[in-house]
Design a protein around this ligand. Structure first.
Ligand SMILES: *Cc1c(COP(=O)(O)O)cnc(C)c1O
Length: 364
């Protein structure tokens, strides 16, 4: 039996919550959504929450609400899921990439500074707290203040992650989360925009609902990006368990790090001092042929993920847009070395031991 790379944990309370919604007859947006917005915002320590149909639509609306417009340049990482920079394209804006740090996989503050000196008209910075580890927020906030940038945080992989005691998603003008089934909590499909800024909140709220506050009165060009009560009911049940899920992820990660530390040809993830890593992924670096190792895992019943096999600028879409010739040395090296192994909270002890044993027995 294959140990999957991710497995959503849906239990009795999620099922009962969905039945309650179905029985209520109010299955589209309603009270459950309002409650999920309030409780998720409270959990992260943010003022306002706007639930969306996905992490991608949350990003799209976050950028619009933060004032990103056609022709604006937005600085971001090339080492992420494509939705991060696609949201920049949806807004007619221009993604400007810059390299990452080899140890944290997150956007490099030094590289950001260098880029800001080369390109003088950058309006915003879209950071991604990758794999559940926060970016270096002291350095990033200094840069944001110095250059007066709009800061957007993509927290799709970082529900509950912290930097010096402050949660990811509370640093920027606006932040976004995803509740896709592989994420730290799920609603099936779903997302959330968080902000402390009342203007951004009002604009986002309008945009996800066809530009209307009052029924059939449309103030701006909006969208249907709403979450359903069905999804929100699942989200409310999942949110109760988020701390427990994250603790299990951290425990599983600690077990791997302890038991893989003597293997010379791989590097386990770092958790810098002052960071709370929530291990959306447990991603190791392989200093042998990564793809042979991946085949070996699969042949031995261990699911894996490559996050990500291509930097965004090398994706077919971005090649066509003219990014092909750009080089991000560290990000490209990482995309050839990284592999994520299962770390999710549904893993049991025998699965954890099997993963360590299989990796330890690799000889190629
Ligand atoms: C999952 C993810 C998204 C998109 O979320 P969806 O809910 O799948 O639309 C955006 N950014 C990052 C970094 C992600 O991991």
């Amino acid at each position: 039996m294959m140990i999957p790379i991710a497995r959503p944990l849906i239990e009795e309370n999620e099922k009962q919550a969905v039945i309650d919604v179905l029985d209520s007859g109010m299955i589209a947006a309603g009270e459950y959504v309002n409650k999920f917005e309030a409780q998720f915002a409270k959990y992260i320590n943010s003022r306002y929450g706007i639930a969306c149909s996905s992490g991608t639509t949350a990003l799209d609306v976050a950028l619009k609400a933060a004032g990103i417009k056609k022709g604006d340049k937005v600085l971001t990482t090339p080492f992420t899921f494509i939705a991060s920079s696609n949201a920049i394209l949806y807004n007619g804006a221009e993604p400007v990439f810059t390299d990452i740090e080899a140890d944290t996989f997150n956007i490099s503050p030094d590289a950001i500074r260098k880029k800001l000196k080369e390109e003088l008209d950058i309006k915003a910075l879209l950071i991604v707290h990758l794999y559940g580890l926060s970016c270096n927020m002291d350095e990033i906030m200094k840069i944001v203040d110095e250059y007066d940038l709009i800061l957007i945080e993509d927290c799709a992989q970082a529900h509950g992650a912290e930097y010096r005691g402050k949660k990811a998603g509370t640093f920027g003008d606006v932040s976004t989360f995803s509740f896709y089934p592989t994420k730290n909590i799920t609603t099936g499909e779903g997302g959330m925009v968080l902000t402390d800024n009342e203007k951004i909140y009002k604009k986002a709220k309008l945009l996800i609902n066809h530009g209307s506050q009052e029924r059939y009165n449309h103030e701006v060009l909006g969208y249907n990006y709403r979450m359903t009560n069905i999804a929100a009911a699942i989200g409310l049940s999942q949110l109760e368990k988020l701390n427990d899920f994250n603790q299990k992820r951290q425990r599983n990660a600690a077990f791997f790090t302890e038991n893989l530390k003597d293997i010379s040809w791989l590097e386990t993830p770092v958790v810098p001092e002052g960071y709370k890593h929530v291990f959306h992924q447990y991603t190791i670096k392989i200093n042998k042929n990564r793809d042979d190792f991946a085949d070996y895992l699969k042949n031995n019943g261990i699911g894996y993920g490559i996050h990500y096999p291509l930097t965004v600028n090398k994706q077919p879409l971005y090649k066509k847009l003219g990014y092909e010739k750009e080089e991000y040395r560290v990000a490209e090296e990482m995309s050839s070395k990284v592999i994520s192994i299962p770390v999710h909270p549904a893993l049991n002890e025998s699965e954890l031991n099997k993963i360590v044993d299989v990796i330890g027995n690799y000889t190629e």
